[in-house]
Write a protein of this length. Sequence first.
Length: 646
Amino acid sequence: MSCHEGPVAATSTVHSRRIALLGNPNAGKSTLFNALSGLNVKVANYPGVTVSKTVGSVKVMGQSLVVEDLPGCYSLEAISPDEEVVTASLDSTGPERPDALLVVMDATSLERSLGLLAQAEQLGLPVLAVLTFSDELIRRQGSLDPVKLSAAIGVPVMVVTGGNRVQLNDLKHALADVAHWTRPVIPAPADDGPQLRAWIVSVLQAADYRSAAVDDRTRRLDAVLLHPVLGTAIFVATMIVFFQVIFVVAAPIQDIIGSGVAWLAAVVKSHISVGWLASMLADGVISGAGSVLVFLPQIGLLFAMIALLESSGYLARVAFLMDRVMGYVGLEGRAFVAMLSALACAVPGIMSTRTLPSSRDRIATMMTAPLMTCSARLPVYTLLIAMLVPAEAHIGFLRLQGLVMFAMYLLGVAATMGAAWVFKRIFGAKGAALPFYMEMPSYRVPHISEILRAIWDACLGFVRRVGGIILILSLALWALLSLPVISAEQLNAAGVDTSDQVAVATYQIDHSAAATLGRAVQPVVEPLGFDWRITVGLLGAMGAREVFVATLGQISSAEDPENPQANLAEMTWLSGPHEGQKLFTPPVIAALLVYFAFALQCTSTIAVLRKESGSWKWPALAFGYMTALAWIAAFVTKTLVGLLTG
């Protein structure tokens, strides 16, 4: 299993000392790595977040040290691909074996951390133990003497708590002096049995360790939030409230951004005299990419919610609740951790399957995780739901638009579970279940800096995506919509009033290369109510789902630059047996929503499926079954909604 190396802050032709961070999941390892290297590795309160080796560097006392964040593990006896990354990195014959180890140990669960430390001491490398969450240990009436602990385990021990710069600087200086790290005279027992257990007990006694008391606040909250019925109901209510917020809070900001995009496009067209250049900038760049940028507020809110749930410790409870559900479909809790990651993007979700010991479970999860509603679907859903449901529609005090959005996320979860059940039945039983540990951290008040950083990173990533692949595809689409250029003679011959800019633009679009391409594919999706313009949008969405929004944005802006949003809702079929009929009817919009819920429209996801599965067979199968599922579900939805709406 190859491992991904993150950015390295400094390079040198001379060998730099390599120091690897080793620790249990949720021990604070990645947080410490971020503090040392200045990078921003994903941190969350459940195992499986770090699934590959990430590399950074730290400069101290004139030295440039390489630091490596290894995936969290409970043992160096690998049973899953992410643990294989750890063992491969520590292999004595490997080319990237570190020169020293930082074993990160959670003070509130020291007993478990000592088992991993014992294995680390067998490697023959210099070891320094870093105690995290010692403040949490004290808060919960626990105690520990770091000096006595160091004497008991034979390696130096340093305490580093979050935000303490003095302790962090002391650790950095210790990293520059590896040669003086003490080593145990007699290493910890190598066997994982009674001898090791006796050693751990003796170390705890020698260090005057008093375990943390059960946090009363955590216990009381867990009695409610981990209840199989009440806890699930609270989570559902939390999600409903969140999606209400998306439309109530984000919609006004979205309108402001949309007005700004339309104003900027109009300014460009009025000040640039070169027709093709004005069209490219106004329609291709501003209206295309800008129509996606409008949904920046929703992206920010989505990741604010995820960061809030993670940093508070609540998301770990959600994963625990869903472990019961995963059992019904034949998977385990680790699989849902991967699916949780797919809510942001399917790529890290698929990579998170490295934590699954069973190859059959990995394949089943990889093949179904893309059905979870990722953030790329959010702009598409928001656009279509706003066209389908009036903003003023309510059920009681709940806005109907938010309820429909929540239903789309539920549909993604249900589809994922259903598909997982099918794949598990195809692959057969997996045999004896392997142990699965789910961390239940104490509840914490989220730091505002963590939330703001999550929002900033998500929004910056979204803007970069808009300025990258989406902009490139928008420009390609603009070229397809603008070529071949229709001459005045052709317009006159067709009876088009050349003084009517909307009529000219509509004729140009309907006779463009994009129209030719769309009409070639249209017979496949016409039973779903999709014309060639929607078809081109679906084709563009293969690169990135948001391109569908950019496609409609370009077309509506070209047809009616004064009011593109209103024009989008009132679009009609331009030709064929449905000519003049309204395009975006409720059945068609509902069919589009369902199509996007199931279709695999992401080249990045296909690429990572190929990499993680080691074969093109699985991504080809995933694309095929999801496309077929999307078509069938969209057709059924269009038919049913059509019957209901008359």
